[in-house]
Design a protein around this ligand. Structure first.
Ligand code: RVP
Length: 504
């Protein structure tokens, strides 16, 4: 507090400070990166991927959660598409997959093939159910082929007495271990069906999922899962308005209701100015309708902004106006607060209200994350993830190098696609042209999400080791800052050497 009070006329950002060390008995590898965004939403890595249309769709969200963090799926798409992307994350590597997709027994193989094409299913083995919904057999990928189109499912499937099924009573207490044992004992079988005592299908376990889960448990980064062992995922929503400018409560309730039905772990009311009537009203309404849902809202850069959104019912508040690598808000509107000072003032409001804050934008290295996490509960990355294989968007080749598009949600092209309201604008407004607050750019392709996140997680743990912090809350209480001059800044980065390897 003294440090920031002394700096009160000087708004600071990450590169303006460094952290002082403390006595430690913490080895970096033992520092815990666990965090929570509400009393229901726990993560194993304090990193979220940004709800931008060049950063987070379902592939990014799956890999963020597999690494312990969470992706927030953007809203520049029809809302039903966004809901189905949430479903895809929730259905990924489930251990026990509840409500698996089944095939009614009266179909032909040709109908099944049509269904696969229509719904873009990535798998070809299906449980078959009779007219009453009871399990009748298993349709294997071996017969789901064009050549057998005319065949009836009931003749092509393996009938019930050949299928391996277990009663849920024997599975549900520990699905992964039970299935692991089952697959070891039943050589060559790769699906375990779970039924209740009346013969209704309650779930399915795949050998490949169990193997992937076993492999994951060896890895440094532990997946973030909900209480039903599904990966966690968030989705962005906007303050939807009617043509007369008032909030469209029905549309918001329908959008969020559909996300909640698919078990979304958090919704994020994402706007450029969260300390505003429309955002507050939206958060309040969603809180009333969905009392148990984790709500993220933003963005703000003041204590009063945090307190306002907390009072409206938000659990976690995004902090950042202008620091984003593609953001021009400070240039265009002359508005925003350098990010470290913004986090400091926001943290004051958060402490008062008992809510979480998330540092959003401007992070370019793991050291920035350590500094951010001395004041916040998690960070959001856009630019650092936009070049990953799992980010949406086409590859662009220039002079033999591969790039991916990365654009601000306030760039003209993104606003035309749908995000104009995030910046308080309307693309149909004839009285004012869309005013960009972001640019369109590109990032060099950089490998996978887990290759990107592993060294960042390691960097955060190193910082925690230097400060003697075993947990992220301890990192907050132990942080002491020193001001860096421009000479200090030069000293901080590699200097006076020709760099030949940038590994790590
Ligand atoms: P960065 O990680 O520095 O690339 O910043 C990403 C953040 O920038 C986003 O999470 C969002 O808060 C902000 N953003 C997104 N679009 C724009 C814009 O067009 N101004 N800003």
């Amino acid at each position: 507090d003294d440090f920031f009070t002394a700096q009160r006329d000087n708004a600071l950002t990450y590169d303006d400070v460094s952290l002082a060390t403390n006595y430690t008995d913490i080895l970096p590898r033992n520092a815990s990166l666990a965090t929570s965004l509400s009393d229901r939403l726990m993560l194993n890595l304090p990193i979220l991927s940004s709800d931008m249309d060049t950063v987070t769709e379902y592939q990014m969200a799956i890999h963020m959660a597999l690494c312990g963090g969470m992706g927030i799926i953007h809203y520049n798409m029809p809302y039903r598409e966004q809901v189905s992307q949430v479903t895809r994350v929730k259905y990924h590597i489930n251990g026990l997959l509840p409500n698996p997709i089944t095939i009614p027994i009266h179909l032909k193989i040709g109908d099944v093939l049509k269904l696969i094409a229509e719904k873009s299913y990535k798998f070809r083995t299906f449980p078959v159910v009779d007219e009453n919904g009871r399990l009748a057999g298993l349709l294997s990928s071996r017969v789901v082929k064009e050549r057998y189109s005319a065949l009836e499912v009931k003749d092509a499937m393996e009938p019930l007495d050949h299928v391996h099924a277990m009663n849920e009573k024997d599975v549900l207490h520990d699905p992964i271990r039970v299935a692991d044992k089952f697959f070891s004992e039943n050589i060559g079988i790769n699906k375990l069906l779970v039924v209740n005592s009346d013969g209704f299908l309650k779930g399915i376990v795949s050998l490949s999922d169990i193997e992937r889960i076993n492999a994951e448990s060896q890895s440094v980064l532990k997946p973030a899962r909900d209480s039903n062992f599904r990966l966690v995922v968030g989705a962005a929503i906007s303050a939807i308005r009617k043509p007369d400018g008032s909030l469209d409560h029905d549309a918001i309730a329908e959008h969020v209701g559909n996300l909640v039905a698919e078990k979304v772990d958090a919704v994020a009311v994402s706007t450029a100015h969260g300390h505003s009537a429309g955002v507050g009203e939206t958060v309040k309404f969603v809180r009333e309708q969905f009392p148990d849902l984790t709500i993220i809202a933003g963005n703000v850069t003041s204590a009063s902004g945090v307190e306002y959104l907390a009072d409206c019912g938000a659990n976690a508040i995004k902090i950042g106006q202008g620091p984003g690598s593609i953001c021009t808000t400070r240039i265009v509107a002359g508005v925003g607060v350098p990010q470290l000072t913004a986090l400091y003032v926001a943290a004051q409001g958060a402490k008062k209200k008992g809510v979480k804050i998330i540092a959003d934008g401007g992070i370019t290295k793991s050291g920035d994350m350590v500094k951010a996490l001395t004041l916040s509960d998690a960070v959001i990355l856009g630019g650092m993830l936009a070049g990953c294989r799992e980010a949406p968007g086409e590859l662009i080749e220039i002079n033999g190098k591969l790039y991916k598009q990365y654009r601000g949600m306030g760039s003209i092209s993104a606003m035309e696609k749908g995000s104009a309201s995030r910046y308080g604008q309307d693309k149909k407004d004839t009285t004012r042209k869309l005013t960009a607050e972001g640019i369109e750019g590109m990032k060099e392709v950089q490998g996978t999400v887990s290759e990107t996140l592993a060294p960042l997680a390691g960097g955060i743990q190193s910082g925690m080791g230097y400060l003697g912090a075993a947990t992220l809350p301890e990192l907050k209480s132990k942080a002491r800052y020193v001001r860096i001059s421009s000479a200090g800044m030069k000293e901080s980065a590699p200097h006076d050497v020709i760099e030949i390897s940038k590994r790590g």
